[in-house]
Design a protein around this ligand. Sequence first.
Ligand code: FES
Ligand SMILES: [Fe+2]
Length: 455
Amino acid sequence: MTSSPSDGADTMNRSSKFTFTPQDKAPDPDLGAERIPVDRYTDPAFLTLEDEHIWSKTWLLAGAVCDVAKPGDYFVFENLRESILVTRAADGDIRAFYNVCQHRGNQLKPAGCGYADHLVCGFHGWQYHMDGTLKHIPEAHDFPQGTPADELGLQKLRCETWGGFVWVSMDPDIEPLIDYLGVIPEHLAPYEFEDMVLVADETVEWNCNWKTSVDIFSETYHVRGVHPESEDIADDVNVQMDIYGRHTRFIAPMYIPSPRKIGDDKALNDTLVDYLKSEGFPVEGFNGDVTTLRGAVAAHKRAMTSENGLDFSNLTDDQLTADYHYNIFPNITFNLFGEQMWMFRHRPHPTDPDKMFFDRMIFNRVPKGEVTADARAGAVDLFVELGDGVVEGRPEHVFYRHGEKSSGLLLDQDASCLAGVQRGLHSRGMKGLWISHHERRIRNFHHWWEKYMGV
Ligand code: FES
Ligand SMILES: [Fe+2]
C-alpha cells in the first residue's frame, strides 16, 4: 500500500498562491491569571461531560488518508465510547460511520485498518456496502416491520480531509473543517505533507489524563527538569509562543543550546557535536560557534538535497533548524521539521481519567513521487528510535503501556513525569495550576476547554 498521507485530494479548497509559513509573533490575548482547577484532570464525571461538550462538538483527527488510499480500504478510530469506521467506497469518496450494526448493535470492525469488499456483521450476518448502505439482511422476510434500506444503513458522521488526514465530527452542524482549522492550513501548506511517508505508528497507554499530556506539549519550561539532554541542542528559552484562537504554536530553535548551556566562548558542546555527526553534518569543517551554527546547518541541509532528493524550497532556514510545533484543539500536536513530521494525538481513556492513549504517527519527507522512506532520514536517536531499515508499505501499528518498551528518550521522560503529575493532581494539597506567561498556551487551551464545556 502506498503510504503517502495525502493520496486523496483534500476535500477543502486550497489557495493556489504560495506563501511561506508566517513567522510573525501573534498577539497574546488577555486570558487572566487565575489558577486552573484540577478536578477536570481527575474526576471521572468529566469523562461524560467532555464527551458531550468537547469530543462530540469538535473536529477530531481520525487517521491518515493513506489508510483509505483505495476503494475498499477502511480504518477504525476509537474515542471514548465511540468507535468510528472510516471507509473509501467504490465511488472514491471517504466517509465516516459509527462502527455499529443497525440490527442489535454489534461493532462491525475491530480497531485497526484493512481492506474489505463489503462489511459483514459477525453476529447475524447483516451486510453493508462500503458506502454504508444496506446490502443484505439474512431472513429479511422475518421482520414484520420490514427492512427499509433508508432506515437501516450505517449512521454517518461528518468527514472531511486536510493535510493528508481524515477528520470527523459527531456534530452534524459543525462549521466546515477549513473554517475550524483557522490559520493552520495556510501555515502548514509549505510542509507539503503529500511528500511525506508514514514510517511509524504507535499507541502508548500513559498514566495520566489526556489534558495533562496536552499541557506538557504546550511549553518548553519543563525541559530543564525533564529533558536535561536536550538543553545541549535546543533552545528552551527563546521560544516564540503564538495563539490563534483555539489553536496555538510555538517555534523552538534547535542546533543552539539553551542559554543556560552556552559558555562565554560560545563553543559547541559535546552533545551537540555528537548530534550533528549523527545527522551527517561536517562538524570538522565548521569554524563558527553556536551563534552561527543554525545558518550553517540549514545551508548543509539544502546542499544535501542534490544527493537525497528532498525538496526544501518551500521552507525557510528557520523551519529547517527549529521545531515548528502546532496544537490543534482539542487534542492534536504537530511537530514539524524539514525532514520529518510527528503527529501526536492525546486520546482520552474510555473509563479512567488517570489514563490516556498517546498516539504517535511519524512521517518522513521523501523525494517527490517516492512511496518508501529510509526510516532514519532526519530521525535523531535522542527523539525517536526507528531503526535503520527502509520502510516499505504501511508500518504495523504497535500498542504498549508506558514502561513496557521505550518510545525514545524524550517521550519516555515526558511519560514518566506525567505519571507523577497525575498522582499529584489528586492531592488535597494541590489547589490549582499556577501558570506562567511562557505557559500561556496551556491557559489558552483551558480557556477554550472551558468555553466548550460551558464552565
Ligand atoms: S447485530 Fe449485526 S447482524 Fe445482528
Ligand atoms: Fe517534554
